[in-house]
Write a protein that binds this ligand. Structure first.
Ligand SMILES: [Zn+2]
Length: 120
């Protein structure tokens, strides 16, 4: 799907934000019903609780990125590479709502941040 305008991109982001908030709220509710200590290790209730916490953490990270993307739509920097100022491919923006780099700059940044092998 190609995003036609900043407006529809913002609408899609707001919709995703709403969905994420709903999911986070539901999981936070479940989080309050944390199983009591004293259950045996490997208890299904504990395992489920741990899985839900991991999911909640991922949803929160996603929500933070979507929120950042919405801010960028607001100030007109959405889809513009923070490094080189070129347009970021819409497919990349759609997959990574929080991205601020085009594919080329992202690859360069990745190469730079990769720890260099030390000689002994
Ligand atoms: Zn770039």
């Amino acid at each position: 799907m190609v995003i036609k305008s900043q407006e529809s991109a913002a609408q899609a982001l707001r919709r995703e934000m709403g969905e994420l908030r709903g999911q986070v709220a539901a999981l936070e509710m479940a989080d309050k019903h944390r199983p009591e200590y004293g259950l045996e290790r490997g208890d299904p209730a504990i395992t489920r609780w741990e899985l839900e916490r991991a999911l909640l953490e991922r949803l929160r990270q996603r929500a933070a990125k979507v929120e950042q993307a919405l801010t960028e739509v607001g100030n007109g920097t959405r889809g513009i590479c923070a490094q080189c100022g070129e347009h970021i491919h819409p497919d990349r923006v759609a997959v990574l709502p929080g991205t601020r780099l085009c594919i080329r700059c992202a690859k360069e940044a990745e190469g730079e941040s990769r720890p260099r092998r030390r000689r002994r």
